[in-house]
Design a protein around this ligand. Structure first.
Ligand SMILES: *[C@@H]1O[C@H](CO)[C@@H](O)[C@H](O)[C@H]1NC(C)=O
Length: 148
């Protein structure tokens, strides 16, 4: 490929990459608007810690698991149980296309995450949350965030 083509292409990819990241306090605001604060007993800090540990705040993150299922979006929601990716068997408990969980408006992912924590075990279903967030002081996740 010629250099003339390569440079705009690379800078375009960089822009796309940046767009997939949401800033911590911007995410806190959306979660607050969607009434996640205190939902099933979990604070906004719990949700921020979960999103960071699962996706590094990368809205479009997709990860393949050893069993052939995929995890989607900020909360790395699994295609085997929660969403349909039309690739492998899915219970599709959230009644949603996995691709919708990557939407920058975050609504489908938040709706599905609410469904997941409403079931027994709550956030413990996210192994990484249990290992890295559960039972720890988490209020610093909200440092400097203004919700209005
Ligand atoms: C976000 O995730 C997508 C898909 O997994 C990946 O291609 C992209 O590089 C990630 N972006 C960042 C900034 O890490």
């Amino acid at each position: 490929m010629t250099r003339e083509l390569l440079i705009p292409l690379v800078s375009c990819l960089l822009v796309v990459n940046q767009a997939s990241l949401i800033r911590r306090c911007d995410l806190a605001k959306v979660l607050h608007q969607e009434e996640m604060d205190g939902f099933e007993g979990y604070s906004l800090s719990d949700w921020l810690c979960l999103a960071f540990i699962e996706s590094n705040f990368n809205i479009s993150k997709v990860n393949e698991n050893a069993d052939g299922s995929y995890d989607y979006g900020l909360f790395q929601i699994n295609s085997h149980y929660w969403c349909n990716d039309y690739k492998s068997h899915s219970e599709n408990l959230c009644h949603v296309d996995c691709q919708d969980l990557l939407n920058p408006n975050l609504l489908a992912g938040i709706h599905c995450a609410k469904m997941i924590v409403s079931r027994s075990g709550g956030m413990n279903k996210w192994v990484e949350w249990r290992l890295h967030c559960s039972g720890r002081p988490l209020s610093y996740w909200m440092t400097g965030c203004r919700l209005e």
